[in-house]
Write a protein that binds this ligand. Structure first.
Ligand code: FES
Length: 653
């Protein structure tokens, strides 16, 4: 016969193709996900496959040694220059000459799956909006007067099946030199939001562009801004960094920033300028530390609460300061990053802002919903994402409720006497021996505990600079368990507790965790004021969760997800000792890291997820804590550790 059977693994897709068909072409025909950037020119090696030989009982086929064509000159040249792994072939060069079984390794799949850290989280499927494509463009011809862009578009259509793409001005300016320098071969960064959307060329390089394409997933919080530089091909996070939000100087929390805008002419503009400058600094820092050219960063995805959202966009947030809390728009936004003043990355880069849910429930809550998918859960799940505002979601397949609760910045280490952002040098874990009342701790950037041998030398790299959110949460919970703090939150004296570390501090007491030394940084204590700040924050969090439970008419949830940008993953036990979350079996409480940041990463890596969350968000019911009378009631009752009235039976066990 003139055709042959080809079976692709792991997809199991099979079909007959004429002998002499390239593996890449066969994959396209059978709908197998096999990557290519250079369009089959033997340059990019993205099309690598691993043919298998011998008898395959499972598939009912025997593959002969000559099932694929012998290595040709192009493949040999690639192998000599770059080296191919043993057993690998270039799918665009090898042709099918007999029945074949061909494995597509994960790195050759466009829609590869990126496994997430927590075991029960669904993997991220790569389907970025921006891809690199190499094309060969026809040279201009006196007899057929067409522009270079039109011929580039014709080539994209013929070689990649792409619809005519637009090119913004900076790209257009570089088009002619790139085409000529590349001898009519160029690589374009092509951005397409959905299959039906009009594509857009974001950049163009002569010949084959070797560098990667990257995106920034940005969690723009009131206190902290965190950004993850993500490879748009592999989905891996190349580098993460965070900084304090410089808007803090205009007000610690959201409402004080809204009032700053109300009281000061041009105040909103000042805050917009501050956050945009910080985003540029952060982007530059991340690119430099990762060794990535700023030009290679072609997308940015933002998640943020409504006030941050408006200030980033340059919209005065004054309407968010008063009922009915109207947003300028709650829809997702697709913009040029340059429109947001983001000039430290590619000038044609695109920006995507997740949709807001409503009023005070922002794009950060939408991102949490995207990362944790309560709308796909069979059991009733409570998700809390803790920041200066806590995003709280409660629901299952049938119904999802959301609210935002003003916890204040204590969980991020702000308004804490020795507090700091989660960064190297911050104490992130604390244990207190209930018998001796002596503490031991762990610092970000150092693998040893403070009582491990060699800790002193090891910690010199970072020093001990303060205590971050997870550290203060654990410290207060451990102090409660060790009897250093009573249920009302009062720190006992040295006589009362039997610990000389409980020192007088004005009219109250403070517990000393670390005696500052020259190398070891400042003295770190937990003061009565710190405990009060944590009590206020956790009461607001608990009250928000309770409010959603009231609305859902339940008094228990099946499971709890605890997320936030506080440093270490919060241990469920500590969260429950403080009464941050309602009572639940400890093995049904999971700590999920920064869920909003993860949601941003998903939206960056998978364009379909953007459309999906836009739809989901429309079905989420929001509950406005600011106008709910029961919020205050829940808040007051939740001030005690763990709670004045609510039972915590799981804790007793
Ligand atoms: Fe680029 Fe095969 S498609 S090397």
């Amino acid at each position: 016969a003139d055709d042959a059977l080809v079976i692709f693994t792991p997809s199991g897709k099979r079909g007959r193709v004429p002998k002499g068909t390239a593996v890449l072409a066969a994959a396209r025909k059978l709908g197998v996900d096999l990557d290519s950037v250079c369009g089959g020119r033997g340059i990019c090696s993205k099309c690598q496959v691993a043919p298998a030989y011998g008898r395959f009982a499972k598939h009912g086929v025997t593959v002969a040694e000559d099932a694929l064509s012998p290595v040709n000159a192009v493949e040999r040249r690639y192998d000599e220059k770059r080296g191919l792994k043993p057993g690998r072939r270039l799918g665009c060069q090898a042709t099918i000459e007999g029945d074949a079984v061909i494995d597509v390794p994960p790195e050759s799949q466009v829609h590869r799956q990126v496994v997430r850290k927590s075991a029960d989280a669904r993997p991220i499927v790569m389907d970025p909006a921006t891809r690199a494509l190499m094309v060969e463009v026809a040279e201009p011809d006196m007899h057929e007067p067409t522009g270079d862009l039109e011929r580039l578009n014709r080539a994209l259509a013929a070689q990649w099946g792409v619809r005519p793409a637009s090119a913004p001005l900076p790209v257009l300016a570089g088009l002619q030199p790139a085409l000529r320098k590349g001898k009519w071969q160029v690589t374009v960064a092509l951005h397409q939001e959905t299959e039906d959307a009009a594509p857009r060329i974001l950049d163009i390089w002569p010949g084959f562009y070797e560098g990667g394409l990257y995106g920034l997933a940005i969690d723009l919080g009131s206190t902290t801004i965190a950004a993850h530089l993500t490879d748009l091909v592999t989905g891996t996070v190349k580098h993460s960094a965070g900084i304090m939000n410089p808007q803090i100087r205009f007000g610690e929390d959201l409402m004080s920033r809204v009032s700053y805008s109300m009281m000061h002419e041009g105040g909103a503009g000042e805050m917009t300028a501050a956050v945009r400058a910080a985003l540029n600094d952060l982007a530059r820092e991340i690119a430099a530390e990762a060794g990535v050219e700023p030009r290679a960063i072609v997308e940015a995805v933002f998640v943020c609460n409504p006030v941050m959202h408006h200030l980033l966009l340059g919209i005065d947030p004054v309407e968010l300061g008063q009922a009915p809390f109207a947003l300028a728009t709650s829809d997702a936004l697709r913009l040029g990053a340059a429109e947001l003043g983001l000039d430290a990355i590619n000038p044609a880069a695109r920006a995507y802002l997740l949709p807001c849910i409503a009023g005070h429930v922002g794009a950060d809550a939408a991102a949490v919903a995207l990362a944790e998918a309560p709308d796909k859960s069979d059991d009733l799940v409570l998700i809390v994402d803790v920041g200066t505002n806590a995003e709280i979601l409660l629901g299952n397949r049938a119904r999802v409720l959301a609210c935002s609760s003003p916890t204040g910045p204590a969980f991020e280490g702000a308004q804490i006497s020795s507090g700091q952002r989660a960064a190297p040098g911050a104490i992130e874990r604390v244990e207190i021996d209930p018998a001796t009342k002596e503490p031991r701790f762990k610092v970000i950037g150092c693998d040893l505990w403070s009582d491990d041998p060699g800790f002193g030398a090891e910690v010199e790299k970072t020093g001990i600079t303060g205590i971050c959110g997870s550290g203060i949460i654990e410290a207060v919970a451990e102090m409660r368990m060790a009897g250093l703090v009573d249920p009302s939150g009062l720190i006992g004296s040295a006589e009362q507790t039997g610990s000389p570390r409980c020192e007088a501090d004005g009219r109250t007491h403070a517990y000393r965790i670390h005696d500052g030394t020259e190398a070891g940084g400042p003295r770190i204590t937990v003061t009565q004021g710190d405990i009060r700040a944590i009590q206020l924050a956790k009461s607001a969090l608990y009250a928000g969760a309770r409010l959603l439970m009231d609305r859902m008419e339940v008094d228990r949830v099946d499971r709890i997800v605890l997320a936030g940008a506080f440093g270490a993953h919060i241990s469920p036990k500590h969260a429950m000792v403080l009464g941050m979350i309602p009572d639940a079996p400890l093995d049904r409480v999971r700590s999920a890291g920064n869920a909003a940041g993860t949601g941003a990463r998903i939206a960056l890596c998978n364009r379909a997820a953007r459309g999906a969350i836009e739809k989901t968000v429309k079905a989420i019911h929001k509950v406005e804590t600011a106008v709910e009378p029961r919020f205050q009631e829940h808040f007051v009752a939740a001030n005690a550790l763990p709670h004045a009235t609510a039972p915590f039976p799981e804790l007793a066990q």
